[in-house]
Design a protein around this ligand. Structure first.
Ligand code: NIG
Ligand code: FE
Length: 390
């Protein structure tokens, strides 16, 4: 194993409040970070960096933890350009479009799905994402769901079984039968390939009782719950997430004060996905309200062909700052440490000794430029598990 020091960093974001400026981002100026193998072993002032095998000169740029995208849907085929076009001419988004992607995904070969998945993962990595969660949900048969999870598990440990995305077309008139399948034969086929179980708790998808049945069945098989909650309308999803100690309630767009209060008094992270509101022209989630109440917030892409076809965390950071009431500091924290919390991980989302060496070099004097210079490709270096990959 060889050691590398990245020196002359104008601003190093550690996400350790005991370091540097003592803010939640723990920013150290004129800093260095030392990597040994796949871990961070030292951070501090650049002039005090220990001797290492290799040296990289950051030349006054910024280093941040790699982004942790804790919510994406990357195993699919086809796209939904026509649906997007229709939406931008005034048609509303509906969960029904998911079935278009289900048909294309079922018809695709393993090689096609793998090629698509690799393409989106590469896109994400180039934009600084070093950990990504991804889901099934476009197969909706035991075989197609298990296939999606198997393919995803080759690339990430953070794999989520979302057989309860919408009713499979074959079960359009038999919701109880479909829930039986999702919690029975399909769960048996999928559980070995996944860490998490998810359900789309929404009008037109699954109600609170169905969602509870799905998540508790998954839990009995060793999967941990997370939930698509309160995205399009108000519903029971957030309360259910808190009741079941889900790692995350995702979307959190339509919330009552009781929902916010429940989240604030729980371990459940509120994951906000502004790519979805952008691409569906929907009302923005109110991040300010959640943060002011003390809720832990994560920021992720929701990358999928229907509601949010972006793999760019920097884009989501810019939206969150511009339209959701987050400061640039809060948005960066949520896209790194917040994502890690939504995956119940402590080894990523921070740059302190012992953490995984997942780092991003930004061609900017500070992370504020992520929102200040929206759409500009500021990511100029990426290290994952200590290896430089960009
Ligand atoms: O998170 N809400 C449910 N699932 C996705 C949308 C999937 C689709 O439209 O294909 C979401 O937004
Ligand atoms: Fe989603």
């Amino acid at each position: 194993m060889s050691s590398t020091a990245i020196v002359n960093i104008a601003t190093l974001v550690t996400n350790d409040p005991s370091l540097g400026d003592s803010s939640p981002l723990g920013q150290v100026r004129d800093a260095a970070v030392v990597i040994d193998g796949d871990r961070v072993v030292w951070t501090g002032e650049s002039s005090k960096a220990p001797a290492t095998d290799n040296r990289v000169d950051a030349a006054g740029r910024t280093v941040i933890p790699g982004f942790v995208d804790s919510h994406s849907h990357l195993v699919f085929a086809g796209d939904r350009t026509d649906e997007f076009n229709a939406r931008m001419s005034g048609r509303p988004y509906s969960a029904g479009g998911i079935r278009t992607t289900v048909a294309a995904t079922r018809a695709a070969s393993d090689a096609e799905l793998e090629a698509n998945l690799t393409r989106f993962l590469t896109e994400a990595l180039r934009q600084g994402t070093t950990t990504i969660e991804t889901k099934s949900g476009y197969g909706l048969t035991p075989e197609d769901e298990a296939r999606a999870l198997r393919l995803a598990a080759h690339h990430t440990d953070e794999v989520t079984y979302l057989g309860a995305h919408v009713l499979a077309p074959e079960y359009a008139d038999d919701p109880a039968g479909y829930v039986d399948l999702v919690t029975g034969k399909m769960l048996d086929a999928c559980a070995p390939h996944a860490r998490w179980i998810d359900v789309f708790c929404e009008k037109g998808a699954f109600d609170g009782d169905q969602a509870r049945a799905v998540l508790t069945a998954g839990r009995a098989k060793g999967l941990h719950p997370r939930i698509h909650a309160n995205q399009l309308t108000h519903g029971p999803g957030v309360q259910l997430a808190v009741e079941l100690d889900a790692a995350s309630a995702d979307h959190c767009t339509h919330l009552t004060d009781a929902d916010v209060d429940a989240l604030a008094h729980s371990r459940t992270v509120a994951t906000l996905l502004p790519g979805a509101e952008f691409s569906t022209r929907a009302v923005w989630p109110d991040a300010r309200r959640l943060l002011d109440a003390g809720v832990t917030v994560a920021l992720s892409t929701d990358c999928n062909p229907g509601s949010s076809f972006t793999s760019s965390v920097p884009f989501c950071v810019a939206l969150a700052v511009r339209d959701m009431g987050m400061t640039p500091d809060e948005a960066l924290w949520s896209a790194t440490a917040g994502g890690a919390a939504a995956l119940r991980r402590t080894d990523i989302g921070r740059l302190t000794p012992g953490a995984r060496a997942d780092l991003v070099l930004l061609d900017a004097p500070s992370h504020v430029h992520l929102a200040y210079r929206p759409g500009v490709p500021l990511v100029t270096g990426v290290w994952r598990r200590g290896a430089r990959v960009l």
